[in-house]
Design a protein around this ligand. Structure first.
Ligand SMILES: C[S@@+](CC[C@H](N)C(=O)[O-])C[C@H]1O[C@@H](n2cnc3c(N)ncnc32)[C@H](O)[C@@H]1O
Length: 331
């Protein structure tokens, strides 16, 4: 809900160019976009005023997204041969939706980009410092008595990834890096520099200091990533400093700020008080526990962070009109 309000207010601030092209990278089950569209439509933005562009590699999830965004109905058509999208449909608020396998295929226009729990699922390289210098952590078949059929091994020489992505001055003993994240950030930066736009990245992450965050989840339980590969969700915390580094020539960035601080800056407490005014006891309990889950440091309040990108050419304007939720965390 508050993401929709944020997006709308930032879009107004930049002159509300229409139609609004909204891109979500990795929409999952379409939950965030569904909530955002509800807010936009409440403020009279629906139908042809918006076009929705979903960057999604999983066709299976694209079916779930269509169900969520199109009121359970499927009117989708498969890709025409000349088109760059693989599927198209119409949202329940009457806006066209297109699905793509890669961001590079989306039309180049003024765009609002959303990435919510997307960058943390991209593949990473793991590196480790040794007496001989940086080495890459690789995965090998385990022919010994280990618990899984796979094991981690160190490369016996520098690899292309260690040569490109490590620095001797880095104080860490190990690190993780996602080249795909770099490619996508550069693509966003190039587009925003030429056509304008805003990007909001929301994810678990750190400011370039964390080391070993690669992990797997299956049925909400954490497990060893080498156990039963292909059956668990893999994730690594996002290195926000690395993302900012990729766009610093063309864009200005705000954040990352913690979810707790973003939502507080956006007035979540006032909204909670309003919702609590006339609700039933059961709803009251749910609202309060939802609020705590989102804002308490031990839950999602601290580790979950918000980062925003804007075109560098409007830096002076942004200094006078900083984005809601971030205030003056500009770089
Ligand atoms: C954890 S889910 C995101 C949740 C969603 N954004 C939400 O708000 O509910 C990750 C999504 O990214 C998609 N994905 C993973 N790798 C991708 C890639 N390289 N390009 C596009 N989508 C990708 C997955 O299929 C999935 O839809």
């Amino acid at each position: 809900m508050l993401v929709g309000v944020w997006l709308l207010s930032e879009w107004y601030k930049l002159g509300s160019p229409k139609p609004l092209q909204l891109v979500e990278m990795g929409p999952g089950r379409g939950t965030l976009l569904h909530d955002v569209l509800k807010v936009l439509s409440r403020f009279g933005l629906s139908g042809e005023d918006i076009s929705l562009h979903l960057v999604e590699v999983s066709e299976e999830l694209s079916v779930k997204q269509e169900k969520k965004l199109c009121n359970g109905e499927s009117s989708s058509q498969e890709q025409c041969q000349d088109e760059l999208y693989y599927k198209t449909s119409t949202s329940s608020s009457g806006s066209p939706i297109f699905w793509y396998r890669h961001l590079s295929l989306v039309p180049k226009l003024f765009t609002i980009f959303l990435a919510h729990e997307f960058f943390d699922v991209l593949p990473i390289h793991k590196m480790q410092r040794t007496k001989e210098g940086w080495r890459e952590v690789l995965i090998d078949i385990d022919e010994g008595d280990g618990p899984h059929h796979l094991r981690y091994v160190l490369s016996n020489a520098p690899t292309p990834a260690t040569k490109i992505f490590t620095e001797d001055e880095d104080p860490r003993a190990s690190l993780e890096v996602s080249p795909e994240a770099a490619v996508l950030c550069k693509e966003v930066a190039g587009r925003m520099e030429e056509h304008g736009g805003i990007a909001l990245i929301i994810d678990y992450g750190h400011d370039g200091k964390d080391t070993d965050t690669f992990r797997a989840y299956k049925n909400h339980q954490q497990q060893d990533p080498l156990r039963e590969p292909g059956t668990a969700d893999l994730t690594a915390d996002v290195d926000f400093d690395f993302l900012k580094e990729q766009v610093k020539e063309q864009l200005v960035t705000f954040g990352p700020v913690t979810q707790s601080s973003f939502l507080t800056n956006m007035g979540i407490e006032t909204r909670l008080q309003n919702l609590l005014k006339d609700c039933k006891p059961e709803e009251r309990r749910n609202l309060i526990s939802g609020f705590r889950m989102l804002t308490e440091p031990k839950q999602m309040g601290q580790k979950f962070k918000f980062l925003a990108f804007y075109p560098g050419v409007i830096k002076d304007f942004l200094l006078k009109n900083p984005p809601e939720g971030f205030y003056r965390n500009l770089e």
